[in-house]
Ligand binder design. Structure first.
Ligand code: HEC
Length: 324
């Protein structure tokens, strides 16, 4: 408790807030135990200090922009992770990032060093900075407490009927889909009875999966590539509610010129889409607009089929444990 309280106070001090703010800060510390788990996790890491630490310790490999193209990256056997990639970074929750920084990444190559000399708060500051480099899941659904992540090879899961159905719908509405586009990574988001300090990644373990309640599911998030005019591939984030309606669709590209132009176009598809309806967004009259209609239909289709594949698995799982 003492440590938690001092964490809050320290974060506030760092933000150079006046002393009177310490009163609400103590209030915050008192409500804290209502939040589940993560006793030592501060509510907010210090972004300014995180930036400084990142530049000192991480940028040589990961680059100033987090892209993974730091000056020493060329000499490494594996490319440093791209911290702007929402699909990769959201597949690790804050706790996992913390442990990766401090203890090294057990699943990674040796090229990613451990930073055991950083203290807890410095490490949380770095986690806060890492989260600022990509679109976190909380951006799509602020109420998310727990989530799952898994890639589904479309047309290869389920029984024969399910497989053919998926491939037929894709062919009809998405055109040609190949390579990694055919294995979308699906983030399935849940709220929990007890709120979490930050969303927890639930591992793919039968017991943990069985604890998730279907009625707590709030939606899906996918990071996909939109094929725009002149076949330009632009990374986008797409969120679907439980009725498969688009609640967010926007670029995750760091180039503001591209992002601005695309986001204005993509905004028009928010609110479209419905479970069971054929995915076809013919809303534009101009030539470029029609290309975007096709491109948006394609990513929507991939997202829906990804979510369908998850739901198939969910049904099988709940039949097995009798919760369906
Ligand atoms: C000497 C080069 C180097 C430095 C310095 C470095 N990294 Fe890395 N990092 C890598 C490489 C290489 C990978 C990819 C490893 C792999 O995929 O096997 C990586 C991967 C990662 C990952 C993804 C791990 C995962 O779960 O896939 C995170 C997060 C990360 N680094 C954070 C950091 C932070 C934060 C710092 C600074 C405190 C840092 N790195 C400093 C080389 C470095």
């Amino acid at each position: 408790m003492r440590e938690r309280r001092s964490t809050t106070i320290r974060s506030l001090r760092r933000l150079r807030r006046p002393g009177w703010l310490l009163v609400p800060a103590l209030g915050l510390a008192l409500v804290w135990p209502a939040l589940a788990g993560d006793e030592d996790m501060p509510l907010i890491g210090d972004l300014t200090n995180g930036t400084r630490l990142y530049r000192t310790h991480c940028s040589v490999c990961h680059g100033f922009d987090g892209s993974g193209a730091g000056p020493t990256a060329v000499g490494l056997p594996v490319k440093p992770a791209d911290h702007r990639d929402g699909s990769l970074m959201n597949a690790r929750d804050n706790r996992i990032l913390f442990e990766t920084i401090r203890g090294g990444c057990s699943k990674c190559s040796k090229a990613m060093p451990a930073f055991g000399s950083l203290d807890d708060l410095e490490t949380w500051d770095l986690v806060a900075y890492l989260r600022s480099l990509h679109m976190p899941l909380t951006f799509f659904f602020p109420g998310v407490d727990q989530y799952l992540v898994k890639s589904y090879p479309l047309g290869q899961v389920g029984n024969k009927e399910f497989k053919t159905g998926q491939l037929e719908r894709l062919r009809k509405h998405a055109g040609k889909v190949a390579g990694k586009d055919l294995s979308p990574t699906v983030f399935t988001l849940f709220k929990a009875g007890e709120r979490r300090v930050s969303p927890e990644l639930v591992p793919q373990e039968p017991r943990r999966l069985a604890e998730l309640r279907k009625e707590n599911k709030i939606g899906y998030v996918l990071f996909l590539e939109l094929i725009g005019p002149r076949n330009k591939r632009v990374p986008v984030g797409l969120a679907l509610d439980l009725d498969y309606q688009i609640t967010k669709l926007l670029t995750t590209a760091s180039d503001p010129a591209v992002a601005g132009e695309y986001d204005k176009r993509l905004e028009k598809y928010i609110g479209l889409g419905k479970r069971g309806d054929p995915p076809k967004f013919d809303i534009s009259r101009d030539k470029i607009g029609k290309l975007f209609d096709k491109a948006a239909t394609r990513v929507y289709c991939l997202a829906v089929e990804g979510a369908n594949a998850y739901e198939l698995e969910e049904r099988e799982r709940s039949w097995a444990d009798g919760t369906f």
